[in-house]
Design a protein around this ligand. Structure first.
Ligand code: G6P
Length: 476
């Protein structure tokens, strides 16, 4: 097999498989920024994990784990899917990555009895190490001499150092798509685990973040690492005889591709049926994955306060809440979705009438419907408690037909890119959010349209392709 000059590594790859009734494997193209970043990026090898039994079967069937790209539409990227044993994957992904690291970086630990670093957590950690080592082995095997490797996200924090050990000739980048926890929060991890994670990322030549805040937090955490020398002005960390540069690379959306997708027949059909359902009422829209960071329950509380304080909106507004199911293997995610649905039911019971649905909530996977909702939105509510970037805040203004007002959490990375023309709120302040929704609904159409056009311009200034190119260029 030929060796690659550019490699990307991430937990979730650009294609996944399911098994049809007759036993054949059916490929499905994944969405997201990374897939569009790689379209047209030239010859790249994308190394990812097999996420399900069907993926593992596909990986085993193909020589060397290389997935045949014929008809899979993943741009020019070749894909190598790693057949990691199911139990190891489960503990690394659900245990360590999603139940520990993701919560730490989003500062979300206030659950009774969690986090808890016990025997089970130690097993999760071992699996996480094995999972990262499997990536490092694959990358070390497939990279040409001096190749560039872009390792993605908190699932793979250890891989850069492991890879450097195996292949000191490579140029390695690590990119965090989440926030990075500030030291006071990062320190809740066992000391040796925190040190291992920092040393892992510091195995990279370049550590990239979506916003200035997250990069600064990372540097501040590195101050805690014995033996690390942080230069804040130069944004470098010297550790174990090697220097890591820290950089900020914002990520936006591909405007032309998104607009063309949003004008396809399946989206237009959903627009028509949504309009039929809500009539000419004003629309407050939110689109999220059902992640605990998205703050859907406080968003609903703000809508309730709007209806309580401003009865003039009764019958004249509908709130659309469309959510994609996420990480349903974790009890805490399932409980969160239940809390969203319960709160929604309360609001419907309190305000709904025979001829007015104040609230429509759907939890399923329907991207065309999200695009239809963006197109029709008068107000887009994006209020995460903490978010690496948040691309909903960037997609909505681009797809909006007549201009929507963005109500945006100041704790989303996107606030740094879009702040001025959005109405920014403290995501914990429900009353402030309710007041912003009211202000947004009252905003004159021409002001709204002008602000939305500027938001769309900024949202498309950093398309995924430029973002990836910046990461790779930082390695020169
Ligand atoms: C969240 C994080 C991303 C991460 C993604 C993975 O959205 O903010 O940084 O890449 O989860 O999601 P997955 O469905 O693959 O667990």
């Amino acid at each position: 097999m030929s060796m690659s000059r550019v490699l990307v590594a991430s937990n979730r790859g650009p294609v996944s498989f399911s098994t049809a009734d007759d036993g054949t494997l059916v490929p499905r193209r994944g969405g997201g920024g990374l897939v569009s970043a790689l379209a047209g990026a030239g010859e790249v090898l994308w190394v990812c994990a097999a996420l399900s039994e069907a993926d593992r079967t596909a990986a085993r069937k193909s020589p060397d784990g290389r997935i045949d790209q014929a008809g899979h539409d993943t741009g020019d990227a070749a894909v190598r899917m790693l057949d990691i044993p199911a139990a190891t994957f489960e503990r690394a992904y659900n245990g360590m990555a999603n139940s520990t690291l993701w919560f730490v970086h989003h500062m979300l630990y206030d659950l009774p009895g969690e986090p808890c670093f016990d025997a089970r957590a130690r097993r999760d950690r071992q699996s996480y190490e094995a999972y990262n080592a499997a990536f490092a082995d694959a990358l070390a095997r497939d990279a040409a001499p001096g190749a560039k490797v872009a390792v993605q996200d908190y699932h793979l924090a250890l891989a850069p150092a492991m890879l450097r050990e195996r292949r000191p000739d490579l140029r390695i980048a690590h990119f965090s798509h989440t926030p990075w926890a500030p030291p006071d929060y990062f320190r809740l991890l066992p000391d040796d685990l925190g040190a291992e994670l920092l040393a892992g990322v510091l195995g990279a030549d370049h550590a990239g973040f979506l916003a200035e805040r997250w990069a600064s937090a990372f540097l501040a955490c590195c101050e805690l690492l014995p033996g690390a020398r942080v230069d804040h002005a130069a944004r470098t960390v010297r550790y174990a005889g090697h220097v890591t540069h820290v950089g900020v690379h914002g990520l936006g959306v591909d405007g032309p591709a998104l607009r063309s997708r949003a004008s396809s027949p399946d989206v237009l059909a959903r627009e028509t049926s949504l309009r039929d359902r809500v009539g000419d009422r004003r629309l407050i829209v939110r689109i999220d994955r059902t992640e605990l960071s998205k703050n859907i329950v406080r968003g609903l509380a703000a809508y309730r306060e709007l209806l309580t304080d401003h009865p003039e909106w009764h019958g004249r507004v509908t709130h659309l809440v469309f959510a994609y199911p996420s990480r349903t293997d974790l009890a805490v995610y399932r409980a969160y979705t239940d809390a969203v649905l319960r709160t929604a039911a309360d609001i419907r019971a309190e305000f709904g009438t025979a001829d007015w649905e104040p609230l429509i909530v759907e939890v399923n996977d329907d991207y065309p419907r999200s695009l239809a909702a963006y197109a029709l939105a008068d107000v887009l509510l994006v209020n995460p408690v903490r978010d690496g970037m948040n691309l909903v805040a960037k997609e909505g203004p681009v797809v909006s037909r007549d201009g929507c007002t963005l109500v945006l959490s100041r704790e989303a990375g996107a606030a740094a890119d879009l702040g001025e023309d959005a109405l920014t709120v403290n995501p914990f302040d429900v009353s402030q959010t309710a007041a912003a929704l009211h202000q947004a609904l009252l905003m004159p159409a021409d002001v709204r349209a002008a602000r939305c056009a500027r938001l769309a311009e900024r949202a498309t200034a950093l398309p995924p392709r430029a973002w990836l190119a910046a990461q790779l260029a930082a390695l020169d």
